[in-house]
Design a protein around this ligand. Structure first.
Ligand code: PLP
Length: 217
């Protein structure tokens, strides 16, 4: 199927306020342009240099999402380039975001990445560290938390559903609390193989790469 057909199929599953982030990592400019011409404006990258190269040459109305692990020494390069950072996962990173964005008098919009499967190998903050990070976010002036992101463990449909549901539970709980600088607007979860389940369980932002652009090398 073509990129256009792939996008149509996915869009049929989305309600008006649900967002498709096209994960364009490793994919060339021409293919991203093709998706852009189909109407997509949200694109996701996981490497800072690749993101910067693409920002440079692609249309300015694209909303770039940073979805990979963000190293603190790279934060300064993405100031003013990203719409949303999906991978806020430590107080140390938070402090660097606050510092670098404040130097430019710009807001950093970020999702807290939750390691919902508590996997050793995965990035994201564990549930028991979440409150401490939230408290620190409330003390910021330039970082604004816009919701949560999760990459769930590989597993059966039932397992996926369980993790998505847990994330939605946390998202709902936090929505009810009154925080400074923190709102629960986006729940970023679901990729090519599980986005339908994620949407059923309350995701409002899916990140699809392979399902749009085909397999990555
Ligand atoms: C690569 C990636 C995706 C997209 O994965 P697909 O299976 O190709 O849809 C989504 N989220 C993150 C964080 C990724 O790194």
């Amino acid at each position: 199927m073509s990129i256009g057909e792939n996008i149509s199929v996915i869009m049929e599953n989305l309600k008006e306020d649900e967002i498709l982030v096209a994960v364009s990592k490793t994919k060339p400019i021409e293919l991203i342009n093709e998706a852009y011409l189909e109407g997509l404006r949200d694109f996701g990258e996981n490497k800072v240099q690749e993101l910067l190269d693409k920002v440079e040459v692609l249309p300015k109305d694209i909303r770039w999402h940073f979805i990979g692990h963000l190293q603190r020494n790279k934060v300064k390069y993405i100031v003013g380039k990203v719409f949303l950072i999906h991978s806020l996962d430590s107080i140390r990173l938070l402090k660097e975001l606050e510092k670098q964005f404040s130097l430019n008098n710009l807001e950093a919009h970020a999702l807290i990445e939750v390691n919902i499967g508590e996997e050793e190998s995965k990035s994201g903050i564990n549930i028991n560290e979440l409150n401490e990070l939230l408290e620190e976010c409330e003390r910021c002036s330039f970082v604004k938390v816009k919701g949560l992101m999760a990459i769930i463990p590989i597993g059966s449909e039932e397992k996926c559903r369980h993790y998505f549901r847990s994330m939605k539970g946390i998202f709902n709980d936090l929505s009810k609390r009154n925080f400074k600088n923190i709102e629960m607007k986006y729940l970023s979860m679901g990729m090519t193989n599980d986005y339908k389940i994620a949407l059923e369980e309350g995701s409002n932002m899916i990140r699809v790469g392979t399902g749009i652009f085909g397999l990555r090398r």
